[in-house]
Design a protein around this ligand. Structure first.
Ligand SMILES: [Zn+2]
Length: 115
């Protein structure tokens, strides 16, 4: 619930600013209308970003739940947020790609044997 509050606030703000944009434009206040329009874009982008974040968090919870039940769910796409941000160069601890996890476990095991 707390996660979504920011998304709802951004959406409500975008709707109000859209109304303000239309009202000012109809009254010939074009500079103000442009400023409100910029606000609409910023808040809409924020709302969409929050929506994506929420959807991702839900997908990760579902994925973790299925793994805990002993299932073998397919990795999410992207497998983790760090991979998405780094173009696949790095992965974070919440990575959902099994093959990578197994690979890292193997590397760790080999490293332990050597020392
Ligand atoms: Zn990853």
């Amino acid at each position: 619930m707390g996660i979504r509050r920011y998304q709802y606030a951004a959406t409500a703000g975008a709707v109000l600013l859209t109304a303000a944009t239309i009202t000012t434009a109809l009254n010939g206040l074009y500079i103000q209308a442009c400023l409100f329009a910029v606000g609409v874009l910023i808040l809409t982008e924020a709302a969409l970003r929050e929506h994506r974040r929420h959807r991702r968090a839900r997908a990760e919870c579902e994925w973790a739940r299925r793994r805990a039940l002993g299932e073998n769910p397919a990795p999410l796409n992207p497998c983790c947020l760090l991979a998405a941000a780094s173009g696949g160069q790095a992965h974070d601890h919440k990575c959902t790609d099994h093959s990578l996890e197994q690979f890292l476990t193997q590397v760790e095991a080999e490293y332990r044997d050597r020392t």
